[in-house]
Ligand binder design. Sequence first.
Ligand code: S3P
Length: 736
Amino acid sequence: MMRLTVIGLGLIGASCCAAIKKRASDWKISGYSRTEATRQQAIARGLIDQSFGSVADAVAGADLVLIAVPMGQFSSIFSEVFQCRDSQTVVTDAGSTKESVIREITALCETPPEWFVPAHPIAGSEQNGVDAADADLYVDHQVILTPCTTVNTDAVELVTSFWALQGASVSMMDAARHDEVLALTSHLPHILAFNLVHVLSDDNEHLDIFRYAAGGFRDFTRIAASDPTMWRDISLANQRSIVTGIDRYVERLERMRKAISDGDSDWIMGSFERARGARRLFSSLADQGVHPVTDSHPSVFKITEANEGITGEIRVPGDKSISHRSIMLGALADGVTTVEGFLEGEDAIATVKAFRDMGVQIDGPNEGRVTIQGVGRDGLKAPAAPLYMGNSGTSMRLMCGILAGQLFDSELTGDSSLSRRPMRRVSGPLARLGAIIEPSADGVPPVKIRGGQTLKGCHVDMQVASAQVKSALLLAGLYAEDETSITEPAPTRDHTERMLEGFGYEVTRDGATASMCGGSRLKACHIDIPSDISSAAFFLVAASIVPGSNLTLSHVGINPTRIGILEILNLMGADIEILNRREVGGEPVADLRVRYAPLNGVKVPRNLVPLAIDEFPVLFVAASCAEGRTCVTGAEELRVKESDRIQSMVDGLSILGVDIKATPDGALIKGGGVDFRFSGGTVEAREDHRIAMAFSVAGLLCRETIVVKDCANVATSFPNFIGLARETGFPLTVLP
Ligand code: S3P
C-alpha cells in the first residue's frame, strides 16, 4: 500500500486524488485543506480517504507528500512539512515555477534536501477548486521534474511513477531552463490574455464589444478566466524570465504596428506565414506526443528482455537524407514544390527553419506534407542571424554548397555534437570551385561563408567516400560557371543526383563520376519520400535476433546506394524478404518482411561500408548475437559521426559483456551465438541518436535491465521511435 498526502485540494491537487483513485486501489490518500467545506467536498466526492485540518496530522506516516498550493503559500507549507515529515517521506510539489521553489527551500534547509523532487504538471484549466477535479487531467500531458543534484534517485523514481500512473509523460529539465521556457509558452500567453481582456474592459462600451466577440476572442482569452491569485503569484515568482519574454513580445508587436501603419504588406504576410507554419508544426508534433517547446525529449531508456517476438506491420518515418534535399531543391526551384512522407524530426526541421530564415515560405510539415514556395536559384535572402543547424551534419555540409553560391555572407552554427564535427572535408573541395568557406581554427563549426564569389566549375577527386561532400559540390555546381564533375572513391548515396534530375536538372553519371553544368534552373515538382532504411535497420536487427519475431516494415526506400544493411544481414543469415518492389518518385521502394533467424559472424566486405554507414551501431549489436567473429574494416568514417561510433559502441557493448575490440577503422566482435544474452548495465548514448536506438535493440536480449543514458537526440531522426518500438514488442520504458 502506498500512502499519499495531498496538501491543497484545488484543481491540481484534487485532480491528482481523482486520477489515483481511478487507477490505483492500493493507494490511501490523505488530504489537507485550510477550508472545512473543501475537505468535506473532497471526502464526499470520494477523492480522499481521510481529511485533515493540520499539515502535521496529514503528513504523518506518508510515503509521498504532494504540495499543491498557490505559489505564495508554498514556503510556509513547506516549512511545516519539513518539520514534521517522517524520515522515509518523499516530498514533491506542483508549482508552475521552479527556481523560486528551489530558492525558498534552500532558504529553509541550506542545501536542497535529497527527499524533495520539484515538479510541474503542464496541465490545468481555467476552472478551479475541488469541484473541477478531473481524473484525466494529466493523461498525455507532460510533467517536468527539475531535481537538484543532491536528490536521491529513489525519490525521483517514486515521483516519476506517481505521475506516470496518472497517464502523464514525465521528463526532466534544469530549473532555470524550465522557468525560461515556461515564461514563453505558458506565463506570457496568460499575461497577454489577461491584458487584452483588461484593455477591452476599460472601454465604456465593453459589454457591446463582448456581445459581438466571436471564436477568435474566445480562443485567445479563454485563459483570462484563470485564478488571478495563482497568476499573480506565478508572475512574481518568475519575474525575470517573464520580463524578458514581455520585452521580446513588445519589440515584435511594435514592429507589427509599424508594418501595419506603413501598409507593409510583405512584412505582415511574412510574419503571419511564418507563425502559421510554426503553429502547424507545433500541432503536428504535439499530435505525435513530441513536445519540442519544452525540450522534454525523454533522455534515459530502460529496456528489459523481450519475452515474445518483435511483430506487427509498421511504417518508420521518412528518409532523412531525402527530406533535407527536398527542402533545399524545393526552395531553389521555380514554382511550388509539394512533399509527402517528410521526416518530422529535428534534423530535417533545422533545414526547414534555415530556409525560412532566408525568406522561403514553407508550410508544414503537417502529417508529413510540406509545401515550398520556391524562390528560384537566386531568390534566397540574407538571413538576419547565423543559421542554426542543431545536430544535423547533413544540413550544415550541404548548406555550405548552396551558401557558397550566394551574394550574401552567412554563418552556420550547431549544437555541441555538431560543433565537434569536421568541416574542412567540405570547405576544402568547395575552395577548388572558388568558394570561401571558413570553419573555426580546428576545422569545426561555426562555419563562415563569404558570399559574392564567382564559382568556376572544375573536376574534383574526392578524398573521402561521403555523400555529404559530393552533394555540397553538386549544389555549389548549380552556381558555378561551366562544368563541375566529381569522382568518388566508392559509391555513396545518390539522392542528390536523383533529385536534381527529378527537378529537371541534367546530371551526367558515368561510373564513379557525376557531372553537371551550372546556370540552369530547377523546376518545382512533387516528391514522395519513402521510409528511411536507416531507421528501419533497428527493427530489422531487432526482429532478426529475438526468437519468434515476424515483422513487416512498409514503404522502405531501397535505393541501391543504401542497402548495405540488407546485404550484410543477408550474409549473416538473416531472413529478410523484399516484397512489392516499386518505384516512387525516382526512388525504389519495397516492404521488408523480417523473421527471426540465427545469425553468423562475417567479414564485412569493404565495398558495403559506405552503403551501410549509418547502420553500423545496430550491426555491432547483431554481430554480438551472431555465431563466430565479425570483422569490420574500412569504416574510419564512423569516428566522425554524431559521436565516435566505434568507441561509443565498443565502450557500451563491453559493459554489456560483449567480447569486442576497437580498431582504428572498425571493430572485431566475437559473437555469443544463439544462446547469447547481453548482461545488464548502464551505457551512454553520448547524445547520438543511432547509438541510443542500437542499445535499445540490445536490451531485447538482456539478462538484466539495460539503461541507456543521453537518448534525447533520438528525436533528430526518429521522433516516434519509442511508440513504434513499444508497438512491436520492445519492453522499453522512458525515465526522465
Ligand atoms: C548523409 C550522408 C552520410 C550519412 C548521413 C546522411 C546524406 O554521411 O552518414 O547520415 O544525407 O548525405 P557521409 O556522406 O558524410 O558519410
